[in-house]
Design a protein around this ligand. Structure first.
Ligand code: F3S
Length: 63
């Protein structure tokens, strides 16, 4: 699975960093963060992070 953070939406709420720190990382004051292939053992955490993001900035895709 791949995850992408839509930086035009992200407001730096950091729920994603809290829920899946091995995947999401905050950079600097304004945020964020990225987007990478998600290891198998992190998929559920990333799904939770996507659901928890208040502005739906986390997009999930296959690949
Ligand atoms: Fe941004 Fe959503 Fe994470 S606003 S910091 S992608 S929880």
């Amino acid at each position: 699975m791949q995850t992408v953070v839509d930086l035009t939406r992200c407001q730096g709420y950091a729920q994603c960093v809290f829920l899946a720190p091995e995947v999401f990382e905050l950079h600097g004051e304004e945020g964020l963060l990225y987007a990478t292939a998600v290891p198998e053992d992190q998929v559920e955490r990333v799904r939770q992070a996507a659901a928890a993001c208040p502005v739906q900035a986390i997009l999930l895709g296959e690949g």
